[in-house]
Design a protein around this ligand. Structure first.
Ligand code: F6P
Length: 543
């Protein structure tokens, strides 16, 4: 049985240090060190990361680094990159980093040349994308494709939709994408209502090709297409492609394996955007830009693989998250992109972080004795400022927040970007330093209002500033967060790569589905609350 990390000297030292840090204010830390804002920073690829406005001292960083060494972070990183089966509950390698290895790299895992496999699929995707983008791939009636509808859910949706939205400025072939994920019929209804079936291509994305939502949506899409074209099944081949690891099921659905792009069981759904799962993004921005995104990922992978912990930016940020979660009592973590195009980034991160680290047993099956997996949430600035920032500024909770921004805008309109960025800079400063009673009084504030206007400050933030939102910097950002998640899991000794918790609900939904529709259902095996709800539902549906 593994050692409980809380019993180690390194954990205990951090506990003591956290006690000693209580009452320390960021105002004092900055006053005591004129270089703090320059010093507590890191660079990874094009990302400048300023962590000076966090509740840390040099000693905190030293102690966290010691904890990382104690849990064998460096060895665990090496094991992942080498393709060891670190996803122990599924006995799989975890090799999303191999998806972005350059063509001349070499990596053989379980006897298979992974780099050759990855590039073979990338080449097929590129050739297909070129055909669709150039118009040489035509629909059943000879029309060019104008709209790609990605059908998938979870990792088969959140990555592609986030990246498509993030890189909208790079669309260059007149192809737009839509994303259908929810099994709520409203989703596919609304996303197809105004489309011309003759000019629509469906990309059905499912690692397992057994996900209820995706198969139901794909069935509906086929019905919609054939009705709209007044065609038979022959039309499917020109309007449906699949992305999956499961060729047999793709075939069973009626999609020709010629029109299937594969990936591998060593790619977790939430890590799969840089695989064929990103096909819709490639169709929109083109193969070259897609490869720039992969190169961005790879630059951060190389840093994570080789930089010593004290200069390893994803490792340091992961350790900071552990610091807040396990030593300072934070429960949530805000992600606040100052980039409208990143409006789906927090949602994407929710699956990446919470499906990965929402675990309560260690790798060896013993229960953890410490909090894991903080709750990630967020919205783009400045919208969030006018919604929930009040609670971060003056509420009672500790909410570490990541602020993400780009110096150069995708669209430069007058001085708008400067105004936008002034908010980015102002918010982290206001959160850190607040406004003292003396400052508020000096402004002539009525005495009874003074306590309401005092801002305690000392709210921790990390600022991530990149030159511009490009395919490369997007890849860098995603890889940064993937490796933050990895670092946390390494300390918590949990498996970040399985997701058994979501299985039970799926199984139960499949068991309950026939009871909603069939005649006189047997609800004896259903709990009384659920049975009563189902009876009411059936009555309201006239059954
Ligand atoms: O939500 C559970 C999950 O298994 C995710 O991990 C995955 O991304 C999603 O379902 C979709 O799975 P699939 O790609 O197999 O349809």
């Amino acid at each position: 049985m593994a050692v409980d990390v809380t019993t180690t000297d390194e954990w205990q030292a951090l506990r003591k240090h956290a006690e000693a840090m209580r009452g320390t204010h960021l105002r004092d830390l900055f006053a005591a060190d004129g270089q703090r804002g320059e010093r507590l920073t890191g660079e990874v690829a094009d990302l400048h990361v300023d962590y000076s406005k966090n509740l840390v001292t040099d000693e905190t960083v030293t102690l966290l680094t010691a904890l990382a060494e104690r849990v064998g972070l460096t060895e665990k990183i090496a094991a992942m990159f080498a393709g060891r089966h670190i996803n122990v509950t599924e006995d799989r390698a975890v090799l999303h980093t191999a998806l972005r290895l350059p063509r001349d790299a070499s990596l053989s895992v379980d006897g298979q040349d992974v780099v050759a496999d990855v590039h073979a699929v990338l080449d097929r995707m590129s050739a297909f994308a070129q055909r669709v983008r150039s118009g040489s791939w035509r629909g059943h009636t000879g029309e060019r494709i104008a709209t790609v509808v990605n059908i998938g859910i979870g990792g088969s949706d959140l990555g592609p939709v986030m990246a498509y939205e993030a890189l909208k400025a790079y669309r260059d072939a007149g192809i737009s994408c839509r994303f259908v994920s929810n099994i709520d019929p409203t989703d596919i209804h609304d996303k197809t209502a105004d489309l011309d079936p003759a000019r629509t291509l469906f990309v059905v994305v499912s690692k397992t090709f057994s996900t209820q939502e995706t198969l139901a949506n794909a069935d509906q899409a086929r019905r919609w297409l054939l009705a709209g074209l007044d065609a038979d099944d022959d039309a499917v081949a020109r309007h449906f492609v699949a992305v999956s690891t499961n060729e047999q099921r793709v075939r069973d659905f009626g999609i020709d394996p010629e029109n299937m792009f594969g990936f591998w069981d060593w790619v977790g759904g939430r890590y799969s955007l840089p695989s064929a799962v990103g096909l819709s993004v490639m169709l929109a921005i083109g193969p070259d830009r897609f490869r720039e995104m992969l190169a961005g990922y790879h630059a951060v992978d190389e840093h994570f693989r080789s930089a010593p912990v004290e200069r390893n930016v994803p490792a340091l940020l992961g350790l900071l998250n552990v610091w807040y979660t396990d030593f300072l009592g934070a429960e949530t973590h805000a992600v606040l992109p100052y980039a409208q195009y990143l409006h789906r980034f927090p949602a994407y991160l929710q699956q990446l972080t919470m499906e990965s680290n929402g675990k309560s047993v260690r790798v060896d099956g013993a229960p953890v004795t410490y909090p894991t997996g903080e709750i990630f949430w967020g919205e783009p600035g400045t919208n969030g400022q006018h919604a929930f920032y009040q609670l971060i500024h003056q509420g009672t909770r500790l909410i570490p927040a990541d602020f993400i921004a780009f110096s150069r805008p995708n669209h430069d309109l007058g001085d708008m970007h400067d105004l936008f960025m002034s908010n980015f800079f102002a918010q982290t400063a206001a959160l850190a330093f607040g406004r003292t009673r003396e400052q508020v009084e000096a402004e002539g504030t009525a005495p009874e209002v003074v306590p309401h206007r005092v801002m305690a400050g000392n709210h921790p933030t990390t600022s991530i500033l990149a030159p511009k939102l490009t395919p490369a910097t997007l890849g860098q950002l995603i890889a940064l967060y993937e490796h933050i998640v990895f670092t946390e899991a390494a300390v918590w000794d949990i498996n970040a790569f399985d997701q058994w918790g979501v299985e039970l609900g799926k199984v139960m939904a499949n068991q309950l589905a026939p009871k909603l529709t069939g005649p006189g259902p047997d609800l004896a095996d259903v709990d009384t609350s659920t049975a009563a709800l189902i009876r009411r539902y059936r009555a309201e549906r006239g059954r």
